[in-house]
Each structure stands twice: as structure tokens, then as C-alpha cells.
Design a protein around this ligand. Structure first.
Ligand code: HEC
Length: 213
């Protein structure tokens, strides 16, 4: 299923993290934009988490993404991590069905990151003044939908549309899970706790009446 990954194996490279402030407004942030996408859609149990490591691919941190995803800076067509996203053959496409493919915007963001040099950037970009449903859905789509979509509603929780997101937020479960409240499974499962700013956006959206805006 993941044969594309297994055709070529770079020797493990010693990658020096590039967590400098050397970026522009246009720079893609690996830690806050790319890694959450990968942990939410690829690094789950049974797939590309460290324990499963399907086809030797582990997408849970920068070095593993570069090495096991065969990422070549400035070269998307030589980066297996990217190539498999575009596969039209469902047997080769990642994430595999029944999971939905990444959206065009998400794929474009990964391409942009590779074309900017696939650096280990860590840029905080989160505006708590924008707490529309659109902002909430972007967070959920990037961090949760891989396990909570129509086709893959883990824990019986489906977060693929307004009605469901509103329902899970009104019940207190969604905010409880991302705030790691006692008695509720901490989310995103297996990932880092959300940045406070993202939690604030969802909290403000709830406090102002769950508008569908
Ligand atoms: C890697 C897969 C995965 C990701 C990513 C993920 N979840 Fe979950 N989620 C699960 C599983 C599995 C369960 C069932 C409970 C468990 O096994 O911990 C669950 C349960 C839940 C529950 C019910 C918790 C309870 O105790 O009743 C909520 C709410 C939830 N997830 C919200 C989210 C939100 C919000 C995000 C994104 C910020 C997210 N999840 C990301 C896998 C995931």
C-alpha cells in the first residue's frame, strides 16, 4: 500500500534543527502548521505513529518526517511524503481510503513548505480576534478530522460539519478534551496539547453563541 515509500531509502541524515527566527510572513511553520497536519492525518495508531511505523514511515517529529518521508528540500517531486498525497490510484494514495485525501489547500501548504526548504520552522500565527466558525473549522480540519471524519469517526465523534462540531462543543466534550480536563480523553490523541491561542479561539466561538460564520 505504501510501496512508493519503500522504493528508496536515504541513509539517516543528521539534521540540525533550524528553530531560528529566520523567517518572513510568508514562511510556512513546520511545528505549528505542517507537523499537526501530519500527526492528525498520518501519525495515528495503525499507520505512521512510532509504534506502528507502517513501511518504516514515522511522521511524528521533524527528523522522522524528513528521513522516513524521504523529503528533499526544494523538490516536491523527489519527496515521497508529497508525491503520495497526489496519487490518483487509491491503493497508493495517502492517507488511504476510507480516509479522505488532504484538501487542496493542505497539499499546497506542504508543497510550499518543501519549496521553502523544508525547514524546521516554528512560527506562532494564531489570531484570537478571529473566532468565527471558519477559524474553528480550520483548527478542527487540521488537527482532528483525520480521526473524526464521516468515514472515520473514532470514539463515535464526527467533527466534519458545523452541526456536529457545535453539538460536541455544546456538550462540553470538545473543549474538555483539548483542555485535557479530567475524565475526558485528552485530544488530539497522541499529539501535543493545542497552543493556548487555538483553544481560546474555540472558547470564544462557544461563548459568543456558536455562530455559523
Ligand atoms: C489520532 C487520532 C485522533 C485525533 C488526531 C483526534 N482524536 Fe479525538 N478521539 C480519538 C479516539 C480514538 C477517541 C476515543 C477515545 C480514546 O480512545 O481516547 C477520541 C475521542 C474524542 C472525544 C470524546 C472524548 C471523551 O472522553 O468523551 C472528543 C470530544 C474528541 N476526540 C475530540 C477531538 C478533537 C477536538 C481533536 C482535534 C483537536 C481530536 N479529537 C483529534 C482519536 C483522535
Amino acid at each position: 500500500m505504501l510501496s512508493v515509500f519503500s522504493c528508496k531509502h536515504n541513509p539517516q541524515e543528521d539534521i540540525t534543527p533550524d528553530l531560528t527566527n529566520n523567517y518572513t510572513n510568508d514562511s510556512v511553520s513546520f511545528q505549528t502548521e505542517i507537523l499537526p497536519l501530519l500527526t492528525g492525518n498520518c501519525a495515528m495508531t495503525g499507520c505512521h505513529d512510532a509504534a506502528t511505523a507502517a513501511e518504516g514511515v514515522v511522521l511524528d517529529n521533524y527528523n522522522n518526517v524528513i528521513n522516513t518521508g524521504d523529503v528533499t528540500a526544494f523538490n516536491t517531486s523527489n519527496s515521497d511524503l508529497y508525491v503520495v498525497l497526489l496519487e490518483t490510484d487509491p491503493k497508493k494514495r495517502m492517507p488511504p481510503p476510507p480516509a479522505p485525501p488532504l484538501t487542496a489547500n493542505q497539499i499546497a501548504l506542504i508543497a510550499k513548505w518543501i519549496n521553502q526548504g523544508a525547514r524546521n520552522t516554528n512560527i506562532m500565527r494564531c489570531d484570537t480576534n478571529t473566532f468565527t466558525f471558519g477559524a474553528v473549522q480550520t483548527i478542527v480540519n487540521n488537527l482532528c478530522i483525520g480521526c473524526h471524519s464521516n468515514s472515520n469517526p473514532q470514539g463515535g465523534i464526527n467533527l466534519s460539519n458545523y452541526t456536529n462540531i457545535k453539538q460536541e462543543t455544546q456538550s462540553g466534550k470538545l473543549l474538555g478534551s483539548i483542555n485535557h480536563l479530567l475524565g475526558i480523553s485528552p485530544m488530539p490523541k497522541g499529539g501535543n496539547k493545542l497552543e493556548p491561542c487555538k483553544i481560546t479561539i474555540i472558547q470564544k466561538w462557544a461563548d459568543t453563541g456558536y455562530l455559523n460564520n
